[in-house]
Ligand binder design. Structure first.
Ligand SMILES: Nc1ncnc2c1ncn2[C@@H]1O[C@H](COP(=O)(O)OP(=O)(O)OP(=O)(O)O)[C@@H](O)[C@H]1O
Length: 274
């Protein structure tokens, strides 16, 4: 069976110190990974600066690899034409880190939902307002809200959790196959994090979505992931089934990450990690 997504020996260098500088930082080094057609949640875990967001940006086609091959459904992600770009975005959607940045404070949140519905109607034909509202409502219901609850409201009139769930709903409107969620709960109150990431598991089951979940939070990654990749300084240092990797990490860096979580939460059972 063909891959949904494949990265083969992908490296990304960024120039540092201005246009004329010869200094580079290697944000991602020789990373290979694949997602099959079977829906799954793949977590990419690592400390700040380990290259997670750069991988997300490359998968989303926002920046091109310096070398290596990055394909979605067998075709290069880096497409430039507007039509191709929109076709790609229909299948691959981002969920951003900070919902308060994703939504302009002066714009009602329903306008974002309606714009997305207008741009990604299933048959490409301009939908009626009733169709647009139906699409928005259907996406919101998947994440436990309704259009009636968010309609006419500004971002500050919703809680952080509601706003992040609305951002996820927006990403669902095009009925994508893959979500790329870069630190989606880091700005959300700790008490709500688990509820939001549990939504990802539910969406995988209900909608057959695959999700790349980028985080430095081992606890949530442990509970929702099928597979985990641990990154350090731009390289994958360990990967495998989530339970196998986190119950019994092999690489010293993975062990240190786990220890750091356990020492921050000494009451937790090692087996439930985290
Ligand atoms: N646009 C850029 N220009 C120059 N250097 C960059 C750029 N983006 C990222 N980097 C560098 O690339 C490396 C990897 O950064 P990246 O943001 O991918 O890591 P990360 O694991 O997502 O970190 P964080 O968890 O803090 O977001 C870092 O050294 C960073 O400073």
């Amino acid at each position: 069976m063909s891959d949904l997504l494949s990265l083969s020996h992908v490296t990304k260098l960024y120039r540092q110190g201005g246009m004329l500088s010869r200094r580079h930082v290697t944000a991602v080094r020789d990373v290979s990974l694949r997602l099959g057609e079977e829906p799954e949640i793949l977590s990419i875990v690592g400390e700040s600066g380990s290259g997670k967001s750069t991988i997300a940006a490359m998968i989303l086609g926002q920046t091109a690899p310096t070398s290596g091959i990055l394909n979605f459904r067998g075709r290069p992600v880096a497409v430039h034409g507007k039509v191709e770009r929109r076709a790609f975005m229909r299948e691959v959607q981002p969920v951003l880190q900070n919902p308060f940045e994703a939504f302009n404070p002066l714009k009602k949140v329903d306008r974002y939902l309606f714009e997305t519905a207008r741009n990604f109607s299933p048959d490409g034909i301009r939908p009626s307002q009733a169709d647009i509202e139906r699409m928005a409502d259907r996406a919101l219901v998947h994440i436990g809200l309704t259009l009636a609850e968010v309609k006419g409201r500004f971002p500050h009139e919703l809680s952080g959790g509601q706003l992040q769930r609305t951002a996820i709903a927006r990403a669902l409107i095009p009925q994508p196959r893959l979500l790329v969620a870069d630190e989606p709960v880091s700005m959300v109150d700790a008490s709500l994090r688990m509820a939001i990431v549990n939504l990802f598991s539910q969406l995988k089951k209900e909608l057959g979505l695959s999700i790349i979940y980028i985080t430095h939070d081992l606890a949530t990654a442990y509970y929702i992931s099928d597979r985990i990749i641990i990154m350090k300084k731009g390289e994958i240092v360990e990967e495998g089934g989530a339970r196998a990797v986190l119950d019994n990490p092999q690489h010293p860096y993975s062990r240190a990450l786990k220890e750091a979580v356990l020492s921050a939460s000494p009451d937790m059972e090692p087996a439930s990690l985290v």
